[in-house]
Write a protein that binds this ligand. Structure first.
Ligand SMILES: Nc1ncnc2c1ncn2[C@@H]1O[C@H](COP(=O)(O)OP(=O)(O)OP(=O)(O)O)[C@@H](O)[C@H]1O
Ligand SMILES: [Mg+2]
Length: 421
């Protein structure tokens, strides 16, 4: 993969692994060259539990993407997710020297790095630092301080920590698949990159990515990410409820949910049966639509209530004029937007990947938001622009680019003009 303008997104999801190869054409147009997928078997709730299975899924998806694009892969932009991620706010301040009062990229970089000047609890490490907003002297709520003049530059950032073991397991799965990492990006940010517009991010919006094992939440205002969380609940638990509640094999329950699952008011009254293969060597068995709806509805209400609790806890629930954008495979459940509107009490839209050159219409599905978003995020990180301007730009072919970048900051350098709060 010698071409510098090619970037590869790798989404290691709980139910599927996706590899997306994109090319930046003439410095502005993104050309999607190929997508490869494979079912994932080695993950639980977004975390690697079997390195060999995970690595095999990565290799199969990578081989399919290589075949589709004719490009050989070596490094990827990988998504980090899983219920082990925790974020908290951290502030830092930089005093500007008398002869350097105009704020530059270097000042911004330095003050953001200072927020990572903390010691995470035992067994955890910093995996990302996301600036929320800046202040220049007494002027607060500044989204881009570059070019402004002042004496003090402060930043309020999210510092996201993850379990060391979870990160190492992902790293080892990639090593086994002989892939290096150019940059790692939090999956909710990658999904947001693919399916939110700048206007939505500017006005205030919550992105809710309902996957197989997790539901990722990212809140944006003023084009910055203000809150991030990952709930260890997704579509798989709905399938397992159907399997247990209606006594069906998991594969049958999954197919039944995807083909016939609905949570509208008509479905709750629908006594018509659907015939599916049962446990008795596939002998046909009947399932009433209303029973199926009842099981799905109960779990989806619970997931949405958890999402609501997170949004209320974030403090931004009342401040999102653009409402919530649902994406991820689980967002395709018929009737979900109406239920989400009722439970979350805000306008709901469905998010899917943007219309990119080379992206066929039938692939513009919500489950590909993260993979496509990762390749877009990788391009932005490379150029140092947009949402990922504070991701490291150095290329060292290892998964822990972010970790190393942040770890380097854990021991404060003797620079008297700045201090972390
Ligand atoms: N039409 C549908 N109705 C309901 N659920 C669906 C539908 N299509 C797919 N799903 C569910 O979407 C989930 C998979 O979504 P996705 O591919 O986004 O997850 P993932 O990325 O593998 O997992 P995660 O992001 O949680 O690690 C599965 O649980 C699947 O049952
Ligand atoms: Mg996913």
């Amino acid at each position: 993969m010698a071409r510098r303008n090619i970037i590869v997104g790798l989404d290691v999801g709980t139910t599927k692994t996706a590899v997306v190869i994109s090319e930046l054409y003439r410095e502005s147009q993104v050309h999607l060259l190929g997508i490869g997928t494979s079912p994932s078997r080695g993950l639980k709730q977004g975390q690697v539990v079997d390195i060999v299975d995970t690595s095999e899924a990565i290799q199969t998806a990578a081989a399919a993407a290589e075949h589709a694009s004719g490009i050989r892969l070596d490094r990827v932009c990988v998504g980090i997710a899983g219920g082990h991620l925790i974020s908290h706010s951290q502030k830092a301040e930089l005093r500007l020297r008398a002869n350097e009062r105009q704020i530059s990229d270097r000042h911004v970089d330095r003050v953001v790095r200072a927020t990572a000047n903390i010691q995470p609890p035992e067994g955890r490490e910093i995996v990302a630092v996301i600036p929320k907003s800046y202040s220049v002297d007494d002027l607060s709520g500044v989204s881009n301080p570059r070019g402004l003049s002042g004496r003090r530059l402060s930043v309020d950032a999210h510092v996201v920590t993850g379990a060391v073991n979870a990160m190492t397991n992902l790293e080892n799965s990639l090593k086994m698949a002989r892939l290096g990492v150019e940059v790692s990006v939090l999956q909710p940010l990658a999904s947001a990159q693919a399916c939110l517009t700048k206007e939505q991010r500017q006005d205030g919006v919550a992105l809710i990515d309902i996957g197989g094992g997790t539901t990722d939440i990212a809140v944006f205002m003023n084009d910055h990410c203000w809150h991030i969380s990952v709930l260890p609940l997704g579509g798989q638990i709905v399938t397992s409820d159907i399997s247990r509640g209606l006594r069906l094999p998991m594969t049958v329950a999954e197919e039944l949910k995807v083909k016939h699952g609905r949570i509208d008011s008509r479905a709750t009254q629908d006594r018509n049966p659907v015939t599916v293969p049962g446990f008795d060597r596939g002998a046909p068995t009947n399932v009433r639509m209303s029973d199926l709806t009842e099981v799905i509805e109960a779990r989806m209400v619970e997931i949405l209530q958890h999402v609501k609790r997170e949004l209320v806890h974030s403090g931004y629930q009342q401040l999102l004029p653009a409402g919530a954008v649902l994406t991820g495979g689980g967002s395709q459940l018929s009737g979900l937007p109406e239920m989400a509107m009722e439970v979350l009490g805000m306008p709901i839209t469905l998010g899917r990947p943007p219309a990119l050159w080379g992206l066929e219409e039938n692939i513009r599905r919500p489950e590909f938001c993260t993979g496509i978003g990762l390749s877009l995020a990788g391009l932005e990180a490379r150029s140092g622009a947009g949402l990922f301007s504070h991701e490291p730009r150095g290329v060292n072919g290892s998964i822990d680019t972010v970790k190393r970048w942040v770890k380097g900051m854990l021991t404060p350098r003797p620079e008297p003009e700045w201090e972390a709060e």
